[in-house]
Design a binder for this molecule. Sequence first.
Ligand code: CO
Length: 508
Amino acid sequence: MIYSLKFVDQFSTTSLINKNKPEGFTQANWSSAYCNVEEECKNVKLKLIKGSIPQNLNGVLYRNGPGRLERNEHWVHHPFDGDGMIVSITFNNGDVSLSNRFVRTKEWEEEEKEGKFLYRGVFGTKKTGSKLSNAFDIRLKNIANTNVIKLGDELLALWEAAGPHALDPITLETKGLSNLNGALKDKEAFSAHPRFDPGHHQESRMVTFSVSTGPKSTIRLMEFATQGANVGDLLCDRKDSFNGFAFLHDFAITPNWAIFLQNAIEFNPLPFLLGQKGAAQCLKSKQNGQAKFWLIPRDPGRFSKQPSKIFNAPNGFVFHHLNAFEAENKVIIESIFYQDFPSIGPEEDFRKIDFNKLPEGILKRCTIDLLTNKISEEVLSNQCCEFAMVNPKLQGKDAKYSWMAIAEKLTGNGPLQAIKKINLLNKDSCRWSAAPRGFVGEPIMIPIKNSNIEDDGWVLTLIWNSETKKTELVILKANDLSHQATLEIPIIIPYGLHGSWVNSDSRY
Ligand code: CO
């Protein structure tokens, strides 16, 4: 196995973090997870290095993230520009095995053949060649790296600015771009953040959206069957237009509403057109701008076919929502707010990023009163967090608990090093930490199938153990985050984005 670890030494003693604070890890510890994945494994059994594997955990953890970060010594400008590599970890009565495979997008195949970047990245990666060669090249490379979900017999690798790639759920082989049985138009963008309605209207559904934006933004809200003979079929489809530009990465659902937050940001396309910046680097907060909540009635709900509603939203920037629910005439949405849009400038190296200069993610609850139009907000957790989820059976309902990745330090931004469970009612919490030299990824909470106890289940996360230079899979008990098992992963997996769990006999 050959790993590209050459950059590790580059930062060995010049830690930006250790210079100021005795946090027990160096910048190199953190950044050493960023390297190319050089090997594709097929059903490799994972070695248990600590604890024991729960026998009643049967299914597959799928996870997506950038796996190709460098070509011919040319690095991506931001890890979000790295090509999608899917990992599947299969649990079978105590045996755990791993497969991984790059999504064979058309652009990945071309770049593999040429051995260099032929396309610009949305987050600022330039294609190999002169500065001029980047100007006016506005082709998008579908990097399929943000999420992976199962719909019917197909696994879908998602990237929000283009269509999904269909994969074989067992071999992870790429079948090609999918239009979801004709539901999507050619080149239609498709969100990487579907929400799974656990059955508020009898049957479970996948609710998702596409967005086209400009001076006006149009959201296409779609609901797909996730079970039964018509699995994968498009059941509901509506379009709503709103004023202004929108950058929508995520949304939330309740039984009756789909809720979007339009951040107060603007897009200046000029540096993108001139080849100086990636499209996402051309976003910036709008001075004196007003963020908005957009509430779109869901077709199976009580307000079907009625017009959408608009409310003012608190200041700040939101990528991810935790959950939403309804109470009397109120809609409540919980989201991770940053003070500003975090971007990596054209001259900065993402591996040298100074966390102290980044805004932290704060979990807030906003209550929208549909009768008075008043919005109230409450901080649920001040500690920098990301990747928060509730028990999937409570998606759209008033969940009591949430699981999330957090920074080790109590205030300010920092790399994600611990998993936190919070009681959303009284804010009690417990945590499991991989610090000082471990770094966590998105936690996936898996409920025990027939249990009615909300926090009965497991939490899985991949961690980067910078001491041993290995990726590990950690299994925690969901109710108290007690450590159950650590398994060694045979390849290095860079920090990734989102994933999902599929029970061996159904979704949940
Ligand atoms: Co996301």
